[in-house]
Ligand binder design. Structure first.
Ligand code: CMC
Length: 389
């Protein structure tokens, strides 16, 4: 029998072949809702605009893990616990110090997160509360891993974590060795809020799939980091910055409009644009665009911001495609002095709150995730001994 192509296959057995699972609803969730037509994003009841204006990242973590906002004492308790978990075991730090300095930060984050499984918080008799404690520990530890690797690869000493301050404040302090100003902390905190949760994206789906086999939370988060790393998902923010920096290297010849037109002509993608669900402006991009403009005026990166706006206009005019969360987050991070290859790590440091919230939700009401595949190969071939092939 010859190799089958899709047209020849009896699709009665597999009536719903859907490449990329587009439009498939595989879970119910109370964690977030996206309306791709309206450009609306809600985390556990609260519109992203409301959270961006009022919340802190720690409040968003509590919200995602508990489906409600904390009262003052609950919030203080969570903050204390996140501070208490700000330590990475010596063997993990040794790995971070000794690994290849040229390694991709996302690869180091994935490996170090996986190693944390060997050093979990003290276990109880209750699996769900163990998962909750592990979610807090992971959220506290991932920024430490990212900052420590960046210091180590640059031959600098690792800065010990602070016993006070927000996640955003401590991360910038450990990265730079200096306490950040109020504005830098605010920018980082807002970025953490905006990236925390986003429905059934590829990395969250990965985390839930791993959870569904009754595996552990560290495996799920390491898997999710691996999924986020790709440029079609979280890796796009680094790709956006590299694109702008490549343009900058052209000096006087830099022409963002022509650059965009050339890429489109060649049927290449412009990173930071397009989305499977949003068919309009990504609501997170509104906040990041505003921030990028304000920061560029303060830091002198107006040209990068101007080019971003030119690319945006060209994409809208030529393809009617809007930017996603990754487009303006690139220039925002750049403006506060963060290296481009760390951007997806920052995405992970935030999204771990959403991943773990989904892990807890899946674990509380689990069913093995096990879809089917449409077989396009041959069947019942005759066996040919190896020396006759
Ligand atoms: N640049 C140019 N054309 C694009 C782009 C883009 N960034 N995105 C989509 N298109 C075009 C695509 O070429 C296709 O055109 P045509 O119908 O003429 O062939 C059409 O739009 C549909 O695109 P698709 O790739 O089939 O859509 P999808 O739903 O499979 O892909 C996507 C969504 C995010 C993978 C895609 O838009 C993309 O590759 N964007 C660039 C990478 C990126 O920014 N990723 C971050 C996603 S948001 C953050 C996150 O969740 O991590």
């Amino acid at each position: 029998m010859s190799k089958q192509n899709l047209q020849e296959i009896d699709t009665n057995e597999y009536p719903h072949l859907n490449r990329g699972l587009e439009g498939i609803v595989a879970f119910s969730t109370s964690k977030s809702s996206i309306d791709g037509q309206k450009g609306e994003l809600i985390y556990s009841g609260y519109n992203i605009d409301t959270l961006a204006e009022n919340a802190t990242f720690e409040e968003v973590c509590f919200l995602l893990w508990n489906d409600r906002l904390p009262d003052k004492s609950e919030l203080n308790h969570l903050k204390e616990r996140l501070i208490a978990e700000r330590n990475v075991p010596e063997p993990v730090l040794n790995y971070i110090k000794n690994t290849n300095k040229e390694a991709e930060p996302m690869a180091v984050l994935r490996t170090a997160t996986s190693m944390l499984a060997d050093f979990p918080p003290e276990k109880s008799n209750d699996q769900i509360s163990d998962f909750q404690n592990q979610a807090i520990a992971l959220t506290a530890q991932m920024p430490i891993i990212v900052a420590a690797f960046d210091r180590a690869r640059n031959g600098k000493s690792i800065v010990p974590p602070l016993d006070h301050g927000s996640t955003a404040f401590n991360f910038l302090y450990m990265l730079n060795g200096d306490e950040p100003g109020e504005q830098a902390e605010k920018v980082m905190d807002l970025c953490l809020i905006l990236h925390a949760e986003h429905g059934m994206n590829a990395s969250t789906f990965t985390a839930r799939t791993i959870c569904s086999t009754e595996s552990d939370i560290y495996s799920a988060i390491a898997g999710a980091i691996g999924a986020l790393k790709g440029p079609l998902h979280g890796g796009a923010n680094t790709a956006v910055m590299n694109m702008l920096l490549n343009l900058e290297r052209k000096g006087k010849d830099a022409d963002p409009v022509q650059f965009t037109l050339d890429k489109l002509e060649k049927k290449e993608k412009i990173m930071g644009f397009g989305h499977r669900v949003y068919k309009t402006f990504d609501p997170r991009a509104f906040h990041l665009r505003k921030m990028s403009k304000a920061l560029s005026e303060e830091t002198g990166y107006q040209t990068l911001n101007k080019w971003s706006e030119s690319i945006l206009k060209t994409m809208k005019d030529e393809k009617n495609i809007d930017p996603n969360v990754d487009f303006f987050s690139a220039t925002v991070y750049y403006s506060i002095g963060i290296k481009p290859d760390l951007y997806t790590c920052i995405f992970s440091m935030s999204r771990v709150s959403g991943w773990t919230a989904h892990f807890l939700e899946q674990a509380a009401n689990n069913r093995l995730i096990r879809p089917r595949a449409l077989y396009t190969g041959e069947k019942n071939l005759e066996w040919v001994p190896v020396d006759q092939r």
